[in-house]
Design a protein around this ligand. Structure first.
Ligand SMILES: *[C@@H]1O[C@H](CO)[C@@H](O)[C@H](O)[C@H]1NC(C)=O
Ligand SMILES: *[C@@H]1O[C@H](CO)[C@@H](O)[C@H](O)[C@H]1NC(C)=O
Ligand SMILES: *[C@@H]1O[C@H](CO)[C@@H](O)[C@H](O)[C@H]1NC(C)=O
Ligand SMILES: *[C@@H]1O[C@H](CO)[C@@H](O)[C@H](O)[C@H]1NC(C)=O
Ligand SMILES: *[C@@H]1O[C@H](CO)[C@@H](O)[C@H](O)[C@H]1NC(C)=O
Length: 506
């Protein structure tokens, strides 16, 4: 086969497996999404049109010429691509006072959303006299090596450079570049991230202690890998959140799955379901509806933010339907209450095939970020669907032609015996969590040492501490943020005394 034909053959094969996958795989629910920000809000047009300049004209967008492959010396490794980062020096005390640098690690989405949605740096830069830096994760937003993300992901050798180790090496390179450009050698760097970005921040502190003085890892489920956390942890917390909010809402949802199956099995059942749920396209199988509902329930539990508390909104919809409404009618009312009164509901809303986060995270989970999240009936209001590693591996192999490495994260970053290892080895990491966040089941919830600490709130949800401060914030959230700021301040103070004592005088 000549090269051109082989590549054509390859592409048709890939296309074929993509098509097959979307129709055949089915019984495994999609993974709940990570992400510091809620997707259904993120996707609103007004949020998308929110450009960097409208956040503040003090944000400057820059591009760093990044190395494609940090880990070997083959000719193609030296290929460069532009990586986007944004800085804001309005409050910075400058290099002469060694004023700090707060760096936000972009995660599996475009940086645009973070500039708008993340408040921790903006709110705290004046308190620290800090420089704000936001760096985009490779392969997302405007930091895609070689063309569009679709193109980059389609090419097996290019997507091979799409790994977390490359991403944090990028961050190290960008931070050192900024420090050099601004002559800020002695400015301490605090790295901050949420969700997957929070994992990156924690791992960065362990791998690059000479670049970052400390890390704030918000809602970072670094223990949801391998055999570290119970696979049912995520959905057990979703269930608990619903049950605590409303027993009847929980009961209605628990009963609804069988109802859906029952209707689906009837003559014309899928048409009936499509009509009742106003699906944009006629359902081909009831699974798509169930997966959609599963995504809504997970999302509202994960991002159950004050002051609106979206989980309450869903349950008010379900519980508040007129007397005599049947189970499915109540579920519809819950969907409408949360998603709004729409002409139709897109069952692909949470897994849209052209969505950049969907595409990118699918590769990341199919390579190294294997998070074994399953449903188990006894512990949850969801139908049973345990995580099946073999099935997952088969699916990934058919999609990308390579075998996922479920043990790599714990091999490369650790995780087993975390307390035993980190109480001596690690320092200056805050693991923040909200216990109502389902991902907190894979979070670090115990203080490990003087400076590797867990700061959680009982009623908090995913990455809440990173969101912009608001007048409506409950006292426990204000307190959590204050604690974090105090801890970071103490690291910086200690650093300044160390600097005088140990400064490298060359
Ligand atoms: C910082 O220090 C340098 C060298 O000592 C000096 O030239 C410069 O004016 C200082 N900048 C500020 C803003 O104080
Ligand atoms: C993948 O990308 C590399 C680098 O741009 C290119 O040389 C190669 O031909 C691409 N492969 C395919 C199958 O498109
Ligand atoms: C939803 O919108 C439709 C028409 O667009 C309207 O007839 C219906 O009353 C609305 N329902 C609610 C609950 O607002
Ligand atoms: C860990 O230590 C910090 C700082 O002293 C404290 O604020 C926090 O409540 C502690 N966390 C736990 C889980 O005890
Ligand atoms: C959490 O919320 C529940 C229900 O609103 C309330 O009863 C409880 O006191 C709250 N706990 C904390 C620690 O704020």
């Amino acid at each position: 086969m000549d090269l051109a034909r082989r590549s054509f053959h390859h592409q048709t094969l890939l296309l074929f497996s993509l098509i097959c996958l979307s129709h055949v795989s089915g019984t495994q629910f999609s993974f709940p999404r990570l992400g510091a920000l809620r997707r259904t809000i993120r996707n609103r047009p007004e949020a998308e049109s929110e450009s960097i300049s409208s956040v503040s004209k003090d944000f400057k967008t820059l591009f760093y010429s990044q190395t494609l492959d940090h880990f070997n010396y083959k000719p193609e490794s030296f290929t460069r691509f532009p990586q986007r980062y944004v800085i804001n020096s309005k409050y910075w005390g400058g290099p002469n006072t060694s004023s700090p640098i707060l760096v936000y690690f972009g995660a599996e989405e475009s940086l645009d959303y973070d500039l708008f949605g993340i408040g921790f740096l903006r709110d705290n830069a004046p308190r620290f006299k800090a420089l704000q830096v936001y760096i985009e994760h490779r392969f997302y937003g405007k930091s895609v090596p070689f063309g569009s993300m679709e193109e980059a992901l389609r090419n097996a050798s290019i997507r091979g450079y799409f790994t977390s180790a490359q991403a944090i090496a990028d961050y190290a390179a960008v931070i050192l570049h900024i420090k050099k450009t601004l002559s800020a050698k002695d400015s301490p760097v605090i790295v901050i991230g949420g969700s997957y970005g929070g994992m990156l921040a924690a791992w960065f502190r362990l791998k690059y202690p000479h670049v970052a003085l400390g890390a704030l890892a918000s809602s970072a489920p670094i223990l949801y890998f391998d055999d570290l956390a119970p696979q049912v942890g995520y959905y057990a917390i979703v269930t608990k959140d619903f049950k605590e909010t409303s027993e009847s809402c929980y009961e209605t949802i628990r009963k609804s799955w069988d109802e859906i199956d029952k209707v689906a099995s009837e003559f014309n059942g899928l048409s009936i379901l499509s009509k009742r749920f106003k699906t944009c396209k006629k359902l081909k199988r009831s699974f798509d509806l169930k997966d959609y509902l599963d995504s809504i329930y997970s999302e509202v539990a994960q991002y159950d933010y004050p002051p609106t508390y979206p989980l309450n909104i869903v349950c008010h919809g379900i519980d508040g339907a007129p007397k005599g409404t049947d189970t499915l009618g109540r579920i519809v009312a819950g969907v409408v209450a949360y998603m709004g009164n729409k002409s139709c509901y897109d069952m692909e809303e949470f897994n849209h095939p052209t969505d950049e986060t969907y595409m990118g995270w699918r590769w990341q989970t199919c390579s190294e970020m294997v998070m074994p999240i399953g449903h188990e009936h006894s512990a949850s209001m969801f139908p049973p669907s345990p995580f099946n590693l073999n099935k997952f591996i088969r699916k990934c192999k058919s999609l990308f032609g390579v075998q996922p490495r479920p043990h790599w994260v714990t091999t490369y970053y650790g995780g087993h015996d975390l307390k035993l290892i980190l109480h001596r080895f690690g320092s200056n990491i805050i693991f923040s969590n909200g216990l109502r966040d389902p991902y907190s089941s894979g979070g670090v919830l115990e203080n490990i040492s003087e400076s590797v600490v867990a700061v959680y709130t009982v009623n908090g949800s995913h990455c809440l501490d990173l969101l912009p401060e608001m007048k409506t914030d409950p006292p426990w959230l204000i307190k959590q943020r204050k604690t974090e700021v105090q801890i970071i301040k103490s690291w910086i103070l200690k650093y300044y005394t160390d600097l005088i004592e140990f400064r490298d005088r060359t």
